[in-house]
Design a protein around this ligand. Structure first.
Ligand SMILES: Nc1ncnc2c1ncn2[C@@H]1O[C@H](COP(=O)(O)OP(=O)(O)O)[C@@H](O)[C@H]1O
Ligand SMILES: N[C@@H](CC(=O)OP(=O)(O)O)C(=O)O
Length: 545
């Protein structure tokens, strides 16, 4: 029997990987891999599993991280040609050829910047791809041609190529691949999460190819990268994967390595990664290109991360709820993270993590209005005058009231409640407790990721489990209103909040001030929530007192 061992190519400079022993045993493939550096054997990794490639690369990458900081970055700095920032453009910023041309001009209008460009899929392409996939499940192989969304995507990308004046060959293979994939889905009559991620990856793969080709056409040398080919290594949680540590050295090595050979603007697909076990394409959750951008910023130790949107920055509330929302000039990473986690669509919930770790400022700007100052997000800011910064709404939340059936003074109740959630893999958002009762909300993103039927039976199961130790009330269609601001001034904030809510006849069902010191959360009924946000906005941002 012959076996081959494929080692994933993100080894550290000066480190070599070699396979020592390779045999099939009762547990699968047994082998040992040795990492050697110029100073001798660094580590021997013994394994007995089916897919080791990425695990080994992680070991190597960790070493790489330490070495890279002193070597590669030092080699490039001082040349006056180092990459300076990340510029991420979302779907609305690259929705058409015209928009892409404007973005190219915008990039060129910053001659002192040498950016890494991160792009999302054009316009609403991701949604259209998902819809096409859903239709393919039931339409039959012979009808795939007539899926409206497939025609739309083909037409949009071909027209964009024509209007940009670039060869359609840059996306022809992807359009054909997309067509074949939809036929495959139609044949199998199923769309797994893994296939869903592969399906949506066509959006970013095509937008970056078109844009990079256009930059080259206008004489600005660019090079396209698929994130899953340059070391964006993630968990295998399809549709909601998380970036693994090994990503940083791997991405840095590829991008800085190529840049040092040729100064071509890197144009990287946002949103995508590669599962460390499956080696399949993964996605980072909707809006995940923001996370791609901050990951690159940290990996390369860049000066600034810019995320270009279709609004003037992070606003005082969702402009779809209240059009009078204003741009917030400064935020801390903690405020921005809380705001994103509690539902402000403007930033991906996890995107602040790499920026905070690398202490790299994030600037949120409007690609439709580049002269607007935008929002600058940094580690700290002057909070002396800050009261409320932004109001965020998360709708359709499930709330549980759990009251212990035991007497006061019983210990271990809270532990039992949280063990139940841990066992069921459900994450909790907002919590308020007394000694014998607890109210909490469940993270809708985690539940929304699952099919409706699975979600409902999961909730039934949660209640069933908790009823073994408590009386449980399941309350649905609730909203979390998060008040992001200076919680040192919580009495002032709450005084005003309750005045406003009382005069609007709204009863708050739960309140929580987390340890983060930047967020107070209120739970109200879904149908009252938008009215509350508008009234609070008016009280905090539109009156002088
Ligand atoms: N607090 C907020 N500040 C700014 N935008 C918000 C806020 N809450 C919701 N949004 C919405 O987020 C949108 C921008 O996010 P998104 O569509 O993901 O941008 P992009 O696709 O450009 O990355 C805005 O158009 C706005 O409608
Ligand atoms: N295209 C993906 C990823 C993304 O980040 O998009 P946007 O930057 O347009 O939010 C999505 O729609 O989720």
């Amino acid at each position: 029997m012959t076996a081959s061992l494929q080692l994933y190519g993100v080894q550290a400079p000066g480190l070599a990987l070699s396979s020592r022993r390779l045999e099939f045993g009762t547990k699968g493939l047994n082998f040992s891999v040795t990492l050697t550096s110029s100073s001798g054997i660094f580590r021997t990794v013994e394994h007995s599993c089916r897919n080791i490639a990425l695990r080994v690369s992680c070991e190597a990458a960790r070493v790489d991280l330490l070495e890279r900081k002193e070597t590669e970055i030092r080699n490039l700095s001082g040349t006056g040609k180092e990459l300076t920032c990340v510029m991420k453009f979302g779907g609305s910023s690259v929705a058409s050829a015209e928009r892409m041309k404007e973005i190219a001009n915008l990039i060129l209008s910053f001659p002192d910047e040498r950016p890494v460009i991160v792009l999302s899929a054009m316009g609403k392409t991701t949604n259209k791809l998902l819809m096409a996939g859903e239709k393919a499940v039931t339409c039959g192989v012979t009808n795939v041609e007539s899926i409206e969304e497939l025609s739309f995507i083909k037409e949009l990308h071909l027209r964009t190529a024509h209007e940009l004046g670039v060869e359609t060959t840059v996306i022809a293979k992807h359009l054909e691949g997309l067509h074949q994939l939809l036929k495959g889905i139609a044949m199998m009559k199923e769309l797994t999460l893994r296939t869903r991620d592969y399906l949506v990856s066509f959006g970013e793969c095509m937008s970056t190819r078109l844009f990079s080709a256009y930059l080259n056409k206008i004489g600005h040398k660019a090079r396209q990268y698929d994130a899953f080919e340059i070391g964006f290594i993630t968990t295998d949680d399809f549709t909601n994967a998380d970036i693994l540590e090994a990503t940083y050295p791997a991405v840095s090595k590829t991008l800085l390595g190529d840049w040092s050979k040729e100064y071509a603007v890197p144009v990287v697909t946002g949103f995508l990664g590669k599962g460390w076990r499956s080696c399949a394409v993964t996605t980072l959750g909707r809006g995940g290109s923001d996370l791609t951008a901050t990951t690159i910023g940290k990996a390369l130790g860049l000066r600034e991360i810019q995320v270009w949107k279709d609004v003037d920055g992070v606003l005082t509330c969702d402009p779809n709820i209240y059009s009078g929302a204003q741009a917030v000039p400064y935020l801390t990473f903690d405020e921005a993270a809380e705001l994103a986690y509690f539902g402000a669509q403007v930033l991906h919930p996890l995107s602040m993590r790499p920026a905070r770790d690398g202490d790299i400022p994030v600037r949120v700007k409007n690609s439709y209005n580049p002269s607007a100052p935008g929002t600058v997000i940094t580690r700290s800011r002057d909070m002396s005058k800050a009261v409320l910064t932004s109001i965020v709404l998360k709708r359709n939340v499930t709330m549980l009231d759990i009251a212990s059936t035991r007497m006061l003074g019983q210990y271990g109740f809270l532990a039992k409640v949280f063990t139940t959630f841990e066992d069921l893999g459900i994450s909790v958002d907002v919590v308020a407790t007394s000694e014998v009762s607890i109210s909490l909300t469940l993270d809708p993103a985690k539940l929304w990721g699952r099919e409706l039927i699975q979600r409902e039976s999961e909730l039934d199961h949660v209640v069933e489990e908790l009823e073994k130790i408590a009386v449980v009330k399941l309350l649905q269609r609730r909203s979390i209103i998060s008040l992001i601001g200076n919680v040192q001034k919580s009495s002032l904030i709450l005084e005003k909040v309750f005045q406003v809510l009382r005069s609007n006849g709204v009863n708050v069902q739960m309140i929580s001030q987390g340890a983060s010191k930047v967020n107070i959360s209120l739970i109200v009924n879904d149908e009252e929530a938008e009215q509350c946000v508008r009234a609070l906005h008016s009280a905090f941002f539109e009156t002088s007192s």
